[in-house]
Design a protein. Structure first.
Length: 320
């Protein structure tokens, strides 16, 4: 059954039936009023709300022949939840706007929503509403809300010379998975699944804020590109150490088979959504964080003191 056959209000009913207690009680602890009215009501105990939005366009950000609708739902939610965590906040709610071709299967929308709800549930957040529209291009736009719990937001502009740079999560895996899929392969599974469904360490964001992180960012467009935002906003230079990035055999073997430098995936690949933060030099960091570089006087991002010779990251308006 297509979304046209289901109808606008029938599709809304299918979606909302998958969100609240009937869908396993995953409405989110901070949701005071869920879907069904003109707007949802979400608790804001801190009196400040952290907000972020992101858009995924079919053929540009995802391919239906590469990923299931559940996978795409996880990816769409993760991209926004990671942004909230990178501010040092805890995600509380998601809103989704779905623009769909009339002939899209309604069951595909079911899977998308299930994936988003499941990803949001990992941080205790709920999907609280949104909008739908007909469109020739399948587009998923997600807005995430979060709570700072009394902490100051961790911005991109606080890094200072002498700080250390640390990363929580993995990097390069999703980019490798994208390359594997684009060459017509479906393995190694580790890399393909990393592209389809990122594993984001959301909890380390608020923890980093409590540890005194001076700046933080979610790596969505590439390590060099995103750290470049911190360098620019903070007026500093960032130098990374190549030898601290351990590469699994699957990644090395895939790079050899495809004729790719694996460190291009590490330094320029996106979609894993690790969190990278800067901390004062003597900060005692938990084991989730790996030291990957340092903040110095100057500008730009280097690797072992030199510019990286390969690509720098994703740019939506450039051939990547």
């Amino acid at each position: 059954m297509s979304v046209t056959q289901t109808g606008e209000f029938g599709l809304i009913e299918r979606i909302t039936a998958r969100l609240g207690p009937a869908a396993g009680g995953r409405s989110g602890a901070g949701v005071l009023l869920g879907p069904g009215d003109d707007a949802a009501v979400v608790a804001a105990p801190d009196a400040r709300v952290v907000a972020s939005t992101d858009v995924l366009v079919a053929g540009r950000h995802f391919r239906r022949d590469w990923s299931s609708p559940v996978d795409i739902g996880h990816r769409a939610a993760a991209a926004n939840l990671a942004d909230i965590a990178a501010m040092g906040a805890t995600p509380t709610a998601l809103l989704v706007a779905l623009c769909t071709p009339p002939d899209l299967e309604a069951s595909w929308v079911d899977g998308l929503i299930d994936g988003m709800v499941a990803e949001a549930a990992t941080v205790g957040a709920g999907l609280v509403g949104g909008d739908i529209s007909a469109s020739p291009t399948l587009t998923v736009s997600v807005t995430a809300l979060g709570d700072l719990a009394g902490l100051a937001p961790v911005t991109r502009s606080g890094a200072r010379p002498g700080d250390v740079v640390a990363m929580a999560g993995r990097v390069g895996y999703a980019a490798a998975g994208y390359t594997v899929l684009s060459r017509g392969f479906r393995s190694p599974r580790l890399l393909v699944e990393a592209y389809r469904r990122p594993e984001v360490p959301y909890h380390v964001g608020p923890a980093a804020a409590m540890l005194g992180a001076t700046s933080m960012i979610d790596i969505s467009d590439g390590l060099l590109a995103d750290l470049g935002h911190i360098a620019t906003a903070s007026g500093v230079a960032v130098d990374l150490r190549r030898n601290v990035f351990s590469l699994p055999d699957q990644l090395r073997n895939a790079a050899d088979a495809l004729g790719v430098d694996p460190y291009d995936w590490v330094f320029a690949g996106g979609d894993d959504h690790p969190l990278v933060a800067t901390f004062p030099e003597n900060t005692l960091l938990p084991e989730e964080w790996r030291l990957i570089g340092s903040v110095q006087v100057g500008s730009g991002v280097t690797v072992d003191g030199k510019p990286h010779a390969g690509p720098a990251g994703w740019d939506h308006f450039r051939a990547n």
